[in-house]
Design a protein around this ligand. Structure first.
Ligand SMILES: NC(=O)c1ccc[n+]([C@@H]2O[C@H](COP(=O)([O-])OP(=O)(O)OC[C@H]3O[C@@H](n4cnc5c(N)ncnc54)[C@H](O)[C@@H]3O)[C@@H](O)[C@H]2O)c1
Length: 330
């Protein structure tokens, strides 16, 4: 990969620091930053000698800019991406793509019209164990996926964060963590045809849910059960994939468990898969984005992936509100 690529960051909060760190590691130079809170942009810029833009349009007009990360709350992902797309500057946009299907469609239409590379930041697709599991599926080692169970949990107080403001976030933990989960379900199992969901506030007194449970269905071929929460103080992060020939389990950050293991029907031994040698998911995602930005090609996780996850999540909220299963048309 080319060294010294000139990149920008819009939204200088929590995840922007991870983007900044990864860009540095990959030899890219963050040349311009923008945040609606000038102090946030200035704090980031002063460490790295970047320019602080006065607006997102000014950031997009930076001479020689080769890529940008959009790290703002979801409700302004579309508005902040458009000036860069129009200027032909490749965009890495944080998940979830947007808060409504209409704004996600607007973004997808702009990507199509401009042809500018655009990546929805579904970093879990770059998790080494997920990459290895996808390889097992491609080689038909496990057979056909029948049931995926996934929990992304833990405890984070989100009361003072954009995640507790539905106008900025589009919902609570179901759209936050659950955005990754819906994308992983599509990646590993397929496009769901139906979704039903329930949400609740089990620990945090906030205007959005702190736990969401989604049931996804691919016709009568496969099912998914997803728990998305930030209110379980001790909680693993797991993917279990039950297939026609065997079952695989991915455990994230769980001491004493392998990242990926599987057991085939009719065998006694659980096979542990070596996932070393691959970059961790965040640097892996960032390296892929910069490679695509340099080559001006569309990344592996596209705006269409972001749009489809948004359709699933908006339908899940509709189901939670109405108590009915919702048909999807992806
Ligand atoms: N991929 C992951 O695992 C992961 C992890 C954390 C966050 N995220 C995503 O990253 C995004 C940001 O999350 P965060 O935790 O960094 O939030 P944050 O609240 O820490 O930071 C957001 C920043 O955006 C700024 N901002 C708000 N509106 C803006 C606008 N219109 N223009 C420019 N800047 C604006 C805020 O001032 C703040 O500095 C969200 O979409 C979130 O879902 C992804």
């Amino acid at each position: 990969m080319k060294q010294g690529m000139k990149v920008g960051i819009v939204g200088c909060g929590g995840i922007a620091r991870a983007h900044l760190g990864a860009y540095k590691e990959l030899g890219a130079q963050v040349a311009v930053v923008f945040d609606v809170v000038p102090a946030a942009a200035e704090a980031m810029a002063k460490d790295i000698g970047a320019k602080v833009a006065a607006s997102v349009e000014e950031a997009a007009a930076t001479p020689g800019l080769e890529a940008v990360s959009i790290c703002t709350p979801p409700a302004v992902h579309c508005d902040n991406s458009l000036p860069f797309l129009k200027a032909g500057i490749p965009v890495l946009c944080e998940k979830p793509l947007e808060v409504s299907v209409a704004s996600a469609r607007k973004l997808a239409a702009a990507v199509k019209k401009t042809g500018t590379p655009f990546m929805t930041a579904y970093c879990h697709r770059f998790h080494p164990a997920v990459i290895k599991l996808k390889e097992l599926l491609a080689a038909d080692v496990l057979g056909r996926p029948l049931l995926m169970r996934n929990i992304f949990g833990g405890y984070v107080d989100i009361s003072k964060n954009h995640r507790a403001n539905p106008k900025l976030s589009g919902g609570g933990t179901m759209v936050d963590n659950g955005s990754h989960s819906s994308d992983l379900f599509r990646f590993l199992v397929g496009d769901p045809t139906h979704v039903s969901a329930v949400t609740a506030n089990i620990m945090q007194d906030i205007p959005v849910e702190d736990i969401g449970l989604m049931h996804l269905q691919v016709g009568d071929k496969a099912l998914g059960e997803i728990v998305a929460t930030l209110s379980l103080p001790v909680c693993g992060n797991w993917i279990e994939l039950y297939c026609s020939k065997g079952t695989a389990v991915i455990s994230y950050w769980n001491e004493g468990h392998a990242d990926l293991s599987y057991k085939l029907a009719g065998t006694k031994e659980r096979v542990t898969v070596d996932c070393s040698g691959l970059p961790q998911r965040f640097p892996g995602q960032m390296a892929h984005f910069l490679e695509c930005a340099e080559k001006k090609c569309q990344p592996a996780t596209t705006v269409e992936d972001g749009l489809k996850a948004t359709k699933i999540l908006c339908a899940a909220y509709k189901s939670a509100q109405t108590g009915r299963r919702v048909k999807l048309s992806l």
